[in-house]
Design a protein around this ligand. Structure first.
Ligand code: SAM
Length: 430
């Protein structure tokens, strides 16, 4: 039996494929690409699959524990376990997106339509119906466990609590809600007022939340945003929009964007001043996305594949400004990437901090005396952020200039942004 692409069963079946790949260690964007690539699938179906994956991963710890509680032995193949976990995650939501019985029927249909899972449809039906009968008691019992109540690995909760003793609960809670969609207005093409008017005429509710930042009342596909294809706006979180202003850019400066892909900040640098900008990234596929972003914004920079901790891409001309948006655990943006908390390991922060320290030490040698280097991470872990900034300044004799430091991802009416870290350094003249 073939499932209709507009059915929930179709979305569940494909989400189960992607979620099983995440369980096997793949990042969600890659897992989704494997599901989508080469298939003629309506945009709405893709959106539904993506939505199911995001919702499930925000409840993944609890969903896995429910699978264990409600089955006699681990369901195989992994796709079956993922399908059950996905349905159980959706049945555990505080505000369910689907009616209970629709969800159960559609999960059973997803099984029935899959040759390998067909035999398990009775079991899936029984497990999900038991969940409906015993839901309140089951959830109350499992949520006594702190890791299941918060839906993070226990080590993650312990780290957030140790690093941010006053705000840890708000930080964890912020990671579990759907993030807002924020835009950056391209000042070369538009004004904030002009863009707000254009959105209003398209019936899109938005408000200004930063000098060039707007937040939409509800997220929507980018191509529905008037002016997006013409480069009037880019999608960018409000915290990420602080990088370009901190660098104090002037026309004519030679600037290096050292870890540039996918180019969110590259575009902002070029919107801010007429720069001689070189953007490098180690990953050639991701570098292509910088090219696509700049082409949409009608801006130009020199793009090169390169390792920021080496010089084989460098022409010997020193830089006035360097943006070092270094690779990190991304622990500050889990609300946008709910797979991260399940894929990271406790030792990742130290390993990435060591890699970034090499990058920073090398970049420092490419900076002119009097020049400025901005360190950015999207991490909450001090070893990648404040400790890194502190030891870098001490090692290299860098002068620290005012910068926001750690911005915690706290979702409230006034503050609603990702968890980024900023440290700004100046190279002494002599
Ligand atoms: C946090 S992302 C950059 C985000 C980007 N600045 C933006 O605003 O869209 C970090 C990037 O560093 C790149 N990267 C990792 N190691 C690198 C290295 N040794 N040299 C250059 N780029 C590296 C990754 O491929 C990734 O694209």
């Amino acid at each position: 039996m073939k499932l209709r692409p507009d059915s929930l069963a179709f979305a569940l079946s494909n989400a189960a494929h992607a979620l099983a790949a995440v369980e096997a260690g793949h990042a969600l964007p890659r897992a989704l690409a494997q599901v989508f690539d080469g298939r003629d699938m309506p945009a709405a179906a893709r959106g539904a699959i993506q939505d199911l994956c995001y919702r499930s991963l925000r409840q993944w710890g609890l969903a896995q524990a429910l699978v264990t509680t409600l089955t006699d032995k681990p369901p195989t193949p992994p796709r079956l376990k993922a399908l059950l976990a996905c349905a159980l995650a959706l049945l555990s939501e505080h505000t369910p997106a689907y009616a209970d019985h629709t969800l159960v029927d559609q999960a059973v249909s997803a099984c029935a339509a899959d040759r390998e899972l067909m035999r398990a449809k009775g079991m899936v039906n029984a497990v999900l119906r038991r969940m409906l009968r015993e839901r309140t008691a089951l959830l109350a019992q499992l949520r006594q466990r702190e890791d299941l109540r918060w839906n993070y690995p226990a080590w993650w909760i312990a780290r957030v609590r140790a690093a941010w003793p006053a705000e840890w609960e708000q930080v964890l809670a912020a990671g579990n809600v759907q993030p807002p969609m924020s835009l950056r207005v391209n000042r070369r093409k538009a004004t904030v007022e002009g863009m707000l008017q254009r959105l209003a005429s398209a019936g899109i509710d938005a408000r200004q939340i930063g000098p060039w930042a707007l937040r939409l009342a509800r997220p929507r596909p980018v191509h529905e945003i008037p002016g997006f294809d013409e480069g009037w706006v880019s999608v960018q979180d409000a915290a990420a929009q602080l990088a370009a202003p901190l660098l104090d850019l002037q026309d004519g400066q030679r600037v290096l964007d050292a870890c540039a892909a996918p180019g969110g900040k590259t575009g902002h640098l070029l919107e801010t001043a007429q720069l001689d900008l070189l953007a490098i990234d180690q990953d050639p596929m991701r570098l292509q996305r910088v090219a696509q972003n700049l082409s949409r914004l009608q801006l130009t920079a020199e793009l090169r594949q390169g390792d920021a901790a080496a010089s084989d891409w460098w022409d010997g001309r020193a830089f006035d400004r360097i943006l070092a948006d270094v690779p990190c655990t991304a622990s500050g943006i889990v609300r946008r990437h709910p797979d991260i908390r399940w894929l990271r390991r406790p030792e990742d922060a130290m390993q990435l901090a060591a890699l970034s320290a090499d990058i920073l030490d090398h970049l420092w040698t490419l900076l002119k005396p009097g020049g400025k280097l901005l360190l950015v991470t999207c991490s909450l872990w001090p070893e990648e952020s404040e400790h890194q900034a502190h030891s870098f300044a001490a090692r290299c004799g860098a002068r620290r200039l005012p910068a926001p430091g750690q911005l915690l991802p706290i979702a409230s009416a006034e503050h609603d942004h990702d968890g980024l870290f900023y440290a700004l350094f100046e190279k002494p003249l002599a």
